[in-house]
Design a protein around this ligand. Structure first.
Ligand SMILES: [Fe+2]
Ligand SMILES: [Fe+2]
Length: 292
């Protein structure tokens, strides 16, 4: 869905980031994904693959022994994997594996707050998906989890990127929307001839995320969600923009102006209309998200 000028930027970005490798999705996760996509998945093979990666196995066991499954205790890893897969379904099972892989990757560099920001936005997106019924909570979670995944890649590539990483992860500021200051995409373009949205898009394609999720990442700093013609993509874009805002109520952002709901709703009118919500709904949501 990328526009002509974005295609040029994507091609240019591919060259720029050639020297820094976007981390590939772990081979084991890709193999599990392909097995889950089979008409008749081979459960034993899935269990063997999960058991072949200590952190993936540990995470599935943690989920299996969470309160969600009551007092059940599993005497074999195979049984635990089988139960989690049967109870949560293939999409959520796969999301747990991808989430664990990204978390492991995030732990390898020093970028304060990246994973916690991604996780909070992902949970908020899943909450909004459940509340509105517009898209599945699994795809919404993925959009939230990966939306800023270009940031750590650029931190590794450019020494001076860390100085603007926080702006890249945050809300689109009102001053950018009113034209008083340059947008983060403009700043990144001037400094690095690429931006975290394009790099994140390339990352998402490499990890085999859906086209909707990849396109949402590419435009996640655009408040004009009409740029998306596909309905699912537009739904996700609206949820992601609102989640970036709701997330401010969790993050210790020392700026109350960022939390002005009326102002946010005015600048994000297309999101408000698309989700059919008003300022009071947003106030209620920010409390509900905290408990989700
Ligand atoms: Fe963000
Ligand atoms: Fe961002």
């Amino acid at each position: 869905m990328a526009r002509r000028d974005d295609i040029d930027l994507i091609n240019q970005s591919k060259k720029i980031i050639k020297t820094v490798s976007i981390p590939p999705q772990p081979k084991i996760v890709m193999e599990i994904k392909s097995e889950l996509g089979m008409a008749d998945p081979d459960f034993d093979r899935i269990a063997r693959l999960v058991c072949g990666d200590t952190s993936l196995c540990a995470m599935i066991l943690k989920v299996a022994h969470s309160p969600m499954f009551g007092a059940d205790r599993f005497h074999s890893v195979d049984k635990a994997i089988e139960r989690v897969l049967a109870s949560l379904g293939a999409d959520t099972f796969y999301n747990i594996l991808v989430d664990t892989s990204l978390r492991r990757r995030a732990g390898t560099h020093k970028l304060d707050g990246f994973y916690s920001h991604s996780e909070v936005v992902a949970k908020s997106c899943a909450y909004l998906a459940n509340k509105t019924g517009l898209v599945s909570s699994d795809i919404a979670y993925m959009a939230g989890l990966f939306h800023d995944c270009g940031v750590p890649v650029l931190v590794e590539k450019f020494d001076n990127y860390i100085g603007i990483a926080e702006i890249a992860m945050g809300l689109v500021p009102a001053k950018s929307l009113s034209g008083e200051q340059k947008s983060i995409i403009g700043i990144e373009g001037d400094m690095f001839k690429t931006d975290h949205c394009v790099v994140g898009y390339l990352f998402a394609r490499l990890w085999g995320l859906s086209k909707s999720v990849s396109d949402v990442i590419l435009y996640h700093h655009y408040v004009d969600i009409d740029i998306h013609k596909d309905k699912t993509t537009k739904d996700l874009a609206a949820m992601l923009l609102l989640s970036e805002f709701l997330c401010l109520f969790y993050d210790n952002v020392d700026n109350d102006a960022y939390r002005d709901i009326e102002q946010w709703a005015a600048f994000n009118n297309k999101v408000v209309v698309h989700l059919n919500i008003d300022s009071q709904d947003i106030i209620d949501m920010k409390d509900d998200v905290m408990e989700f």
